[in-house]
Ligand binder design. Structure first.
Ligand SMILES: Cc1cc2nc3c(=O)[nH]c(=O)nc-3n(C[C@H](O)[C@H](O)[C@H](O)COP(=O)(O)OP(=O)(O)OC[C@H]3O[C@@H](n4cnc5c(N)ncnc54)[C@H](O)[C@@H]3O)c2cc1C
Ligand code: FES
Length: 345
């Protein structure tokens, strides 16, 4: 169990709808020294009501943590979130947190281990309510950059259904202002996509549509990728990364048309696509995992959120026996995983 995990009755400082719709709300809860307790990527479990049909606590990412409070942005989906939206300022909610692991931004600290960390680009990608998980991370990285002279290039890619779903626009502008203050504008680029193209300052499409734009960069320079969004979107980006790096290695070897390689890869066809790509990379000893590193947060449906019910398991590779797999609880061992570990369905 996490050392600093607490269960407390938190006073609601505010619970306001955002974007003038009844769809998205920002909940601010009193929590002393939250900025010292919570780390980017962590979540809390909220007890919304004691009635039988909503008795299970609901998990929410910490959107922001300050000296006196935590902020959560939530989308009203079902009964639990609807009831949460009725809660008023000065009411109390019972909360358990912080839960889960966090985005390991220490990896950016070149002073840690120069050899391990020779990343040039940091991609931070959030899709849908997954963008709530990413905001705190970006804020943390800006703090890190304030005291750092390593010239990383950051590409922040956030995707939403439409302009009416960009629940964190105000905060994105605030982050932009802080980046400008840092005088590192050229090191940070922010891209916003909407599925329907309704946001004028953004592009039409999904976050994964941006892959092509960065293909050359991802091919030639080492990148660290942090991501949160629907599982299918995470898988798509990872799959593209693997494919790009396997092809790149084949091209570099000059063996692209070598029939031996083609034949060797046919037994991988039986396997799922991602595993096949990984195995072929390993078999031919392509240093795929050295050309990028990708961590993603999996917001699986959770029941207890505390490692008790096994309701949130995810398949991972058994490192001791490559032929086998095992399950890990997302709430306890995640929500953030190194994608090399995941066994995709
Ligand atoms: C670690 C974690 C962090 C989260 N952070 C946020 C956040 O910051 N903001 C936010 O708006 N939501 C977040 N969620 C999702 C949020 O917990 C659910 O939307 C909420 O529990 C729905 O409760 P409900 O009673 O309103 O709806 P329910 O009646 O429980 O569900 C309504 C619909 O939403 C679907 N649903 C519920 N939970 C999930 C899920 N985890 N993944 C996919 N579909 C789901 C159900 O299948 C159902 O179709 C997070 C989930 C997890 C696991
Ligand atoms: S939700 Fe119960 S073990 Fe993860």
């Amino acid at each position: 169990m996490q050392k600093n995990r607490q269960m407390i009755d938190c006073k609601i400082l505010s619970n306001k709808k955002i974007l003038n719709t009844e769809k998205y709300f920002m909940l601010e809860l009193e929590w002393k020294n939250a900025n010292k307790i919570f780390l980017p990527g962590q979540f809390v479990e909220i007890e919304i009501s004691k009635s039988l049909d909503t008795i299970l606590r609901k998990p929410f990412t910490v959107f922001d943590a300050t000296k006196n409070s935590i902020k959560i942005i939530y989308k009203v989906l079902g009964k639990g979130t609807r009831l949460l939206s009725y809660q008023k300022k000065a009411d109390f909610l019972n909360i358990i947190g912080p839960l889960g692991n966090f985005y390991n931004t220490k990896i950016l600290d070149a002073k840690n281990d120069k050899k391990e960390n020779n990343f040039q680009n940091i991609f931070i990608i959030g899709a849908g309510t997954g963008a709530a998980n990413i905001h705190f991370l970006i804020k943390n990285i800006i703090n890190f950059e304030q005291n750092n002279n390593d010239n990383y290039y950051y590409y922040l890619i956030l995707g939403f259904k439409s302009k009416n779903d960009i629940f964190c626009l105000k905060e994105i502008f605030e982050l932009k202002r802080r980046i400008a203050d840092l005088k590192k504008v050229e090191n940070f680029q922010i891209f916003i996509t909407t599925d329907d193209g309704s946001f004028d300052n953004g592009k039409k499409g999904y976050v994964t549509d941006f892959f092509g734009k960065f293909e050359n960069k991802l091919k030639s320079e080492k990148s660290l990728i942090f991501m949160c969004g629907p599982k299918i979107v995470i898988k798509k980006w990872y799959e593209k990364m693997l494919k790009l790096n396997v092809n790149n290695s084949i091209e570099n070897l000059g063996d692209f048309k070598n029939p031996k390689i083609k034949n060797k890869s046919k037994d991988f066809k039986k396997e799922n696509k991602v595993l096949g790509l990984e195995r072929s990379a390993k078999k031919f000893d392509f240093r795929v995992t050295e050309s990028f590193k990708m961590f993603a947060s999996f917001e699986e449906y959770m029941a207890c959120g505390l490692g008790v019910c096994n309701g949130c398991v995810i398949k991972v590779k058994d490192q001791k026996n490559k032929e086998k797999f095992k399950y890990k609880k997302v709430c306890e061992c995640g929500t953030i995983f190194d994608l090399e570990e995941i066994l995709w369905d």
